[in-house]
Write a protein that binds this ligand. Structure first.
Ligand code: CP
Length: 323
């Protein structure tokens, strides 16, 4: 594997899930693969889980790891070609990428949506430059439009906890005070459509996800109806994807105070099939989900986060095997 961005990059999902369980049984059995190999993890944005789990996964494989917080200690990077660099940015990405690549074997990049241009975000302007100019395998650690390490960990978690062979999985929008990217719901939708689950998406009108990710999945604007009989509830906020309202891309469409009936609580959970609750974290309690739901025995947020180490290790292992 040279690029990890979409569900198709992982190939056969059943084989990937089987490999995840093999990693779980003994995560240190491939240390020879990473000997004298270096993973460079580049963060343009904050992280807790991605940073720690990916670093741990690389160490499990015997790799050396370098973590770079671009905004703390590195030169401020210009990302646009053609600009006169007379501002506060001292280095251009076009030099920085090949320099960074010269110190490593595999690169992971986190670079969120900027909400300045839907076109730039959805064309993955930053990550595509890493792919083009690094000459190294690149994996997405949450980009403008996707978070595949999270979606893979989510799928592993669903596989481990599903009460029936083909569970009903509901992705629900929930309120948030700030505009958040669509990367997590995009990838979750993409991976659930590829998995053997009954998948339903619920959100207020205007938050319709990009068709390249949501495809022909059932979209239900009535949250209670969507929750009926669900086995898994996956909550997440996202800002307007600009599909049905192009001028509102990246915006919060309504004052969140008026949307609090979308917060996942015992009221909605009561109509599910005793559903497990999932969220990628970090989560704002009593905005996205009430205390009682996230603290219930049916909450999977901690095992879900723990599976981030496993999804990252499968991806890194496959990249090492292909070097
Ligand atoms: N879920 C997730 O990616 O968490 P972090 O933003 O803390 O890495």
């Amino acid at each position: 594997m040279r690029i990890f961005q979409h569900v198709a990059d992982i190939g056969d999902l059943n084989a990937a899930l089987k490999e995840a369980q093999e990693v779980k049984r003994d995560r240190f059995q491939w240390q020879h693969l990473g000997k004298n190999k270096t993973a460079l993890l580049i963060f343009f944005n904050n992280s807790l889980r991605t940073r720690l789990s990916t670093q741990k996964a690389a160490m499990n494989l015997g790799m050396n790891v370098i973590v770079l917080d671009v905004n703390q200690g590195a030169w401020k990077l210009e990302t646009e070609r053609g600009v006169v660099m007379d501002g506060d940015k001292s280095e251009h990405l076009l030099e920085a990428i090949p320099v960074m690549a010269s110190y490593c074997d595999i690169i992971g990049v986190r670079s969120f949506a900027r909400f300045e241009s839907r076109k730039d975000d959805y064309e993955e302007a930053i990550l595509q430059q890493f792919i083009k100019y690094s000459g190294k395998p690149v994996f997405f650690m949450e980009s403008a439009t996707v978070h595949p390490l999270q979606a893979f960990a989510d799928l592993i978690t669903i596989e481990e906890h599903k009460p029936i062979a083909r569970p009903k999985v509901v992705l629900t929008w929930a309120p948030h005070p700030k505009a958040l990217p669509q990367a997590v719901p995009n990838s979750f939708a993409e991976w659930m459509r590829a998995a053997d689950v009954e998948f339903v998406v619920t959100h207020p009108e205007g938050y319709d996800l990009d068709p390249q990710f949501v495809g022909d999945a059932r979209v239900e604007y009535d949250q209670m109806r969507a929750f009926e009989g669900a086995d898994f509830i996956y909550a997440k906020n996202w800002s307007c994807p600009g599909v049905t309202r192009p001028d509102d891309y990246g915006k919060v469409l309504d004052d969140y105070h008026t949307m609090m009936d979308w917060t996942v609580s015992s009221r909605q959970m009561a109509v599910t099939n005793n559903a497990a609750f999932m969220h990628c974290l970090p989560v704002r309690r009593n905005m996205i989900v009430t205390d009682d739901v996230i603290e219930a025995p049916t909450s999977l947020v901690i095992p879900e986060a723990a599976n981030r180490e496993i999804s990252a290790q499968v991806v890194l292992k496959r990249m090492l095997e292909a070097l």
